[in-house]
Design a protein around this ligand. Structure first.
Ligand code: SGN
Length: 521
């Protein structure tokens, strides 16, 4: 009997379909919900640090699942971090090294591999990779950074032409509603799914939603001990940055002027909340010392940041409740992380970019019922370059050889992989650029950290056990000579393994020059 080519194709597709349905039903292919924040640091997530905020919904993930305590990003900035997650590769190989870049969506990405493995894929919320998402059955994404209120969004997917739509409301709530809507009625119930729900919050300029405009008004937040750091123990790089709470927050950041785009009712609520607080500040401004003004700015900035986190925590609660109600929780792995770490006043800073701990480290929480033991804490160094291989292993899809990270599934199952990385390579490329952080690379093994600001040819070495706040570089100190030598060798090994070219591949790139935001009066 002769079987036509089209029959063969039909039979192959049918067998894939049957396999997909069977796997989805018996739980072999769990759903994955990846909840992602923008600029959320562990200092503002109570499962890690309860000193400034309670995030009960995010904490649920840690209590019912695992908390990774040392998750580092390879390049601490928005677009590059997202590209690492899409591709499982460091920035120099995925081509997205700085925020001005455009993501080449035609390359191999994990959503495409998951689709080929029978998953339905969706991304809702912040995308920030410039080009239209590829590899997603459904996308509904902010355009560029997107505003905090009334965000226009681009929606489409594999089977639909992209169209732009207007939305009204607070962006965190809009993303939350769209996420629930897709789960309830947008997806194909016959297939396992991978959903990325990605918030704008708590990105600059930290605009709270109406519900939290006055929350924390009566509280004095604790100040980080390094708020008045003078950078005397370090190279010239940290003295030349422009991310200082004292000097670089502008009127909008500090809410001394309202956002220009709010609708009438949103503006009314905003003015009602900030008007009296601003008047009180401006009245006493002239009699305040410089130090008092920095303290005031820290409180204003940190509270607004935490207010945006609070709304996001509510959104996470709604999502977890829905997974429970719909009977999806048992067979869904929920993962929470952020694109980079952040300074909530430590070293006198806001923003990210550095290889120093606060900006290098991101939250990573994973709940996987029946697989991850409740309350697990995982200490070894993991990274956002490990996310893509993890997604693939969860789905039972094979991991391509050119991925540069490794799956975290063994840790989730309570194993300690014998050949896990003992040190980690970091590389930041965006200088000149926003906040003037010099280009650098470095290595850390969790105990020591060696950083090379290569344009300046200045080095720093930290003893993280003795000096966890990285206040005093011991580079060149004879007592650390053997450690310095070992870390330099590790840098060379990592660079070879990671296929890092000798010359900075981003040198020739044009970078937008930083704007000079106006100072407060
Ligand atoms: C982006 C960066 C911020 C930066 C602003 C303004 N975030 O929003 O780090 O403060 O630009 O830059 S990112 O999510 O895109 O990485 S400035 O040059 O005007 O100060």
């Amino acid at each position: 009997m002769r079987i036509s080519r089209s029959s063969v194709i039909f039979l192959v597709l049918l067998s894939f379909f049957i396999r997909g349905v069977a796997l989805a039903e018996n739980g072999a292919q769990p759903n994955v919900v990846f909840i992602f924040a923008d600029d959320h640091c562990t200092q503002a997530l109570s499962a890690y640090d309860p000193s400034r905020i309670a995030t009960p919904n995010l904490d649920r993930l840690a209590l019912e699942g695992a908390r990774f305590d040392t998750c580092y990003v390879t390049n601490s900035i928005c677009g590059p971090s997202r590209a690492v997650i899409q591709t499982g590769k460091y920035s120099h190989l995925n081509g997205f090294m700085q925020n001005g870049d455009s993501f080449d969506g035609s390359q191999q990405t994990f959503p495409k591999l998951l689709r080929a493995g029978g998953y339905e894929t969706a991304v809702i919320g912040k995308w920030h990779l410039k080009t239209t998402p590829q590899g997603f059955d459904h996308f509904d994404v902010l355009i560029g950074q997107g505003p905090y209120y009334n965000p226009p969004m681009l929606t489409g997917g594999i089977a639909a032409q992209a169209t732009q739509e207007e939305n009204t409301g607070y962006t965190t709530d809009v993303i939350s509603a769209k996420t629930l809507e897709w789960l309830k009625s947008g997806r194909d119930p016959e297939k396992p799914f991978m959903l990325m729900t990605q918030h704008k919050a708590p990105h600059r300029d930290w605009q709270p939603g109406a519900k939290y405009l006055t929350w924390l008004d009566d509280v004095d937040l604790p100040e980080p001990p390094t708020l008045f750091d003078d950078y005397s123990g370090r190279s010239s790089a940290s003295k030349n940055q422009t991310m200082s709470i004292a000097k670089n927050l502008n009127m909008r950041d500090l809410k001394l002027v309202p956002p220009g785009y709010l609708n009438k009712e949103q503006l009314r609520l905003w003015q009602e909340a900030y008007g009296p607080k601003n008047e009180a500040f401006l009245e006493k401004r002239d009699s305040m010392t410089e130090e008092e003004v920095v303290r005031w700015k820290y409180q204003r900035y940190a509270k607004d940041y935490l207010r945006t986190v609070k709304s996001m925590d509510d959104a996470v609660g709604e999502l977890l409740d829905y997974l429970d109600e719909a009977g999806l929780a048992e067979n869904t792995v929920v993962i929470y992380s952020s694109d980079n770490g952040w300074y909530l006043g430590e070293h006198g800073w806001f923003d990210k970019r550095w290889m120093y701990e606060e900006s290098l480290r991101v939250p990573l929480l994973v709940r996987w019922p029946g697989q991850v033991r409740e309350g697990t804490i995982i200490e070894p160094i993991v990274s956002n370059v490990d996310f893509a291989p993890t997604f693939l292993e969860l789905a039972g899809v094979s991991i391509p050889d050119d991925f540069q990270g490794a799956s975290l599934v063994p840790f989730l199952k309570g194993e300690s992989p014998a050949d896990w990385r003992e040190s980690f390579y970091y590389h930041y490329f965006e200088y000149p650029g926003a906040h003037s952080v010099a280009r650098h690379y470095g290595v850390t093994d969790g105990k020591h950290k060696l950083i090379h600001f290569y344009q300046l040819d200045e080095w720093e070495l930290y003893d993280l056990e003795k000096d966890p706040d990285e206040m005093q570089s011991v580079y060149g100190d004879s007592g650390y000579a053997s450690i310095e030598k070992r870390l330099k060798e590790q840098i060379a090994e990592h660079r070879t393994l990671l296929k890092m070219p000798e010359k900075d591949p981003a040198y020739s790139k044009k970078i937008r020059s930083p704007k000079n935001p106006p100072e407060i009066p």
